[in-house]
Design a protein around this ligand. Structure first.
Ligand code: ADP
Ligand code: ZN
Length: 734
């Protein structure tokens, strides 16, 4: 650990004020004992007291007597200089005001409250006299969380019962209420416990990572291998080495993959559960984890992307699993990619990064090819040899009846799985019943009132839903435009429509639809996934949520209903995305060691499309190389740089005028060697009643893009209520 002492300010300090609206960085008088950089404080702001962070030495040259004093220094571990450095550079990189970034780093409740004792519930020693469904749910939640100490209200909330149910269980001795210290350290993970004996390529990869961790500097490694090749087992060895070195480790997972299964695996390996950080944890866990990260009293944190902004005291390893996953990109308030920020943070705090994927992002692929990242490959699936057999179904040659989406060939393949008692997965990345509802009398397509988007029929809910703003309304009887009744028709398939077709084709089969909108909680989704794994389903019909990390042992067939879906559109990453998604989905088939390889069938109208051919051939490297060459020829990322500027306002005239004004004053961009494309209406030209325009700034790789953008935008004050967002390295052009 680099241990430069934090700067000390005896008299006055600049405090970053962490309110909802970015106030900025203000000068305050230090308390008598002075303050240190990185300390959390409370400061007065108008009539309020707000959270602040000591940012630097006071600078203003006005009268000391006019400054207000810091109200209170909070009892939290001060942010380390390396962490402040990371936050500053993340702010610079993403062109975000520092207080907004700092707010992400202080997103824990009650930071200004002392760590008092609090009542928590632990298992009791008696059986309840009478078991009810509600009581059982409470006990199940306790069991699922290893008897973890929840506050009574949290436990009731998690179990979805009233607090009287918990009280009743306590009264009967089935649960016990104790006073526990609020921010208790996490149980120590034991790196000395043996892991699984590794296969030779796993061993080689683990050795390299361990050596890098022992050496103690920064480095990034791309760990590549198909799903099931044993990557997790390898990076858990890197975690073990990090713990042995007395440092902390962070494993980032796409939110949906944050499953109990993963936590169980960590527990099996290290004898205790890691800290968890994601949208599903309770307020008190959130607060505890935040403090324990700062005091190095949690060894391993498993979390979603925002865990990267926890104030770890000594972070030695960051694993980004499924590093290509688009959920690592946040496109709200602060636009950042957690993968890139992981590399930034590690380079500052001298940590190792492991980027794990079967289908790396093109950026990581290019960085590995150029030697900027190390690369480790796991070649085979653990314990079994093959990827699934993959083939195209040429829809032009199939006898497709109107209103049918499952071709006769795919139907036959599913039938043979049913006969053998195996599972099939039909994949279509489209939620709902039909993407378009059209009036056969006037041709009108039913659209959202708030957005420039079509309403999608969701038949299970019996409503039309806008996938942009979430607005819903009943499915109308008559056309809202011409008033003719009985002529509205769904066009095209969504997963619900495929489910209907499955019910017609395979009446005896048990089918389950997996689509994010059909599950009101993460737990409901987990339960369904567990049921599928256990064999309660013959045919799974799913959107992209099935692509990620679930292990369905009896699944031997994957059928992609429309493999062409992602190939359309002008998006820079269309090919890359399609390739990754199809590969991931195909990888769900035949994952289990010792069984026959599964098979993946791709329904397509363009079997000769280069992306489809690349998926089928299994020659990933040829695909990445060709895709990299095409991007290089066009000067596109990662060989050139892009920034998206998104402007929105309820009035189209206002947004168009301001966009034109910015474009007319783009000299700072030109001077930096960048070009401005647009303004143009964004592909979704209106969302939630706000008109949207978009510009793209394209620059050579070495150009000072951020400085040029700041110089360009800073002098122009946007009109009231106009939102301007800068998206460095945009993932999509929506
Ligand atoms: P990946 O992360 O590449 O998808 P995993 O690490 O999850 O792969 O491994 C896939 C499966 O194989 C898991 O069930 C895991 O427990 C098992 N496995 C991996 N490596 C070994 C090993 N060396 N010995 C025994 N089982 C292993
Ligand atoms: Zn809408």
């Amino acid at each position: 650990m680099t241990d430069s002492p934090p700067a000390f300010f005896p008299a006055r300090a600049r405090i970053a004020v962490l309110t909802c609206e970015p106030v900025g960085v203000l000068d305050y008088l230090a308390p008598e004992q002075g303050v240190r950089q990185g300390q959390l404080v409370q400061v007065p702001l108008g009539p309020r007291r707000v959270l602040g962070l000591v940012w630097g030495e006071g600078q203003g040259d006005f009268d000391l007597s006019r400054l207000r004093p810091v109200a209170k220094v909070l009892d939290a571990e001060p942010f380390r200089p390396e962490f402040l450095d990371f936050l500053t550079r993340a702010a610079d990189y993403t062109l975000t005001p520092p207080p907004l970034i700092l707010r992400m780093a202080t997103r824990a409740p009650d930071l200004d409250q002392p760590p008092a004792a609090r009542p928590v519930i632990v298992p009791g020693n008696a059986a309840p006299q009478r078991m009810t469904a509600a009581r059982q749910r409470v006990l199940d939640v306790m069991a699922q969380h290893g008897g973890a100490g929840f506050a009574p209200s949290e436990l009731a909330q998690l179990a979805g019962v009233g607090s009287s149910v918990v009280k009743g269980l306590v009264a009967q001795g089935a649960l016990t209420q104790i006073e526990a210290p609020r921010d208790a350290p996490y149980p120590r993970l034991d790196p000395a416990r043996p892991g699984k004996p590794l296969a030779p390529d796993q061993q080689a990869a683990a050795d390299r990572l361990r050596a890098a961790i022992r050496a103690g500097g920064y480095g990034t490694t791309l760990l590549r291998g198909v799903t099931g090749s044993g990557k997790t087992e390898v990076y858990l060895e890197a975690v073990a080495e990090t713990l042995r070195a007395g440092r902390q480790a962070l494993v980032l997972l796409p939110e949906i993959a944050l499953s109990a299964e993963f936590l169980d695996r960590v527990e099996a390996r290290f004898g205790a559960r890691p800290g968890e950080w994601h949208s599903g944890i309770t307020r008190s866990e959130r607060r505890r984890l935040w403090h324990m990260a700062g005091r190095a009293q949690v060894g391993l944190v498993v979390g979603a992307r925002s865990a990267l902004f926890l104030p770890f005291r000594d972070l030695g390893l960051i694993v980004v699993d499924e590093e290509h996953d688009s959920s690592y990109k946040q496109e709200d308030v602060v636009f950042y990619n957690a993968r890139d920020m992981a590399v930034l943070r590690a380079s500052i705090c001298k940590a190792q990064v492991v980027l794990a994927s079967a289908t790396p992002s093109l950026e990581s692929w290019v960085n590995a090819a150029s030697g900027k990242y190390a690369r480790l490959d796991l070649h085979a699936r653990f314990g079994s040899a093959d990827l699934p057999d993959m083939a195209a179904i040429d829809l032009r040659a199939e006898d497709m009846k109107p209103g049918r989406w499952i071709s006769p060939t795919l139907e036959g393949a599913v039938r043979s799985r049913l006969a053998r008692g195996e599972q099939s997965l039909l994949f279509l990345n489209r939620r709902g019943f039909a993407p378009v509802t059209i009036c056969r009398a006037c041709g009108e397509q039913i659209g959202c009132h708030q957005c420039d988007a079509r309403m999608v029929e969701h038949r299970f809910q019996n409503r039309l839903v806008c996938h942009q703003c979430g607005d819903t309304r009943p499915i109308p009887q008559a056309c809202p435009s011409c008033g003719v009744a009985g002529k509205l028709a769904p066009v095209g398939p969504g997963v619900e429509r495929i489910a209907e077709e499955v019910a017609t084709l395979f009446p005896g089969a048990r089918a389950t639809v997996l689509s994010s909108d059909l599950f009101h909680s993460a737990r409901a989704l987990k339960d369904t996934i567990a049921q599928i794994s256990g064999g309660d389903t013959d045919i799974i019909i799913g959107t992209q949520i099935v692509a990620k990390g679930h292990n369905f042992p009896r699944l031997t067939l994957v059928g992609a209903i429309d493999a062409d879906l992602g190939l359309q559109g002008a998006d820079l990453r269309a090919a890359e995305r399609s390739f990754q998604l199809m590969r991931q989905v195909a990888g769900r088939a035949g994952r289990q060691a010792g069984t026959e390889p599964g098979s993946a069938l791709l329904q397509t109208h363009q079997p000769d499309h280069p992306v489809i051919r690349a998926i089928l051939s299994g020659q990933d490297e040829a695909f990445w190389d060709a895709e990299a060459a095409a991007r290089q020829a066009a000067g596109m990322p990662p060989f050139g740089r892009l920034a998206g500027i998104i402007l929105s306002h309820p009035d189209l005239g206002v947004v168009a005028d301001f966009a034109r004004h910015l474009a007319a004053n783009a000299a700072p961009l030109v001077q930096a060697g960048a070009e401005l494309w647009g303004p143009a209406p964004a592909p979704i030209a209106r969302i939630r009643g706000r008109h949207r325009m978009r510009m793209l700034v394209h620059a050579p790789r070495q150009a000072p893009l951020q400085t040029a953008l700041a110089d360009w935008l800073a002098p122009h004050k946007p009109p009231a209520n106009l939102r301007l967002a800068v998206d460095i390295d945009p993932q999509s052009f929506l």
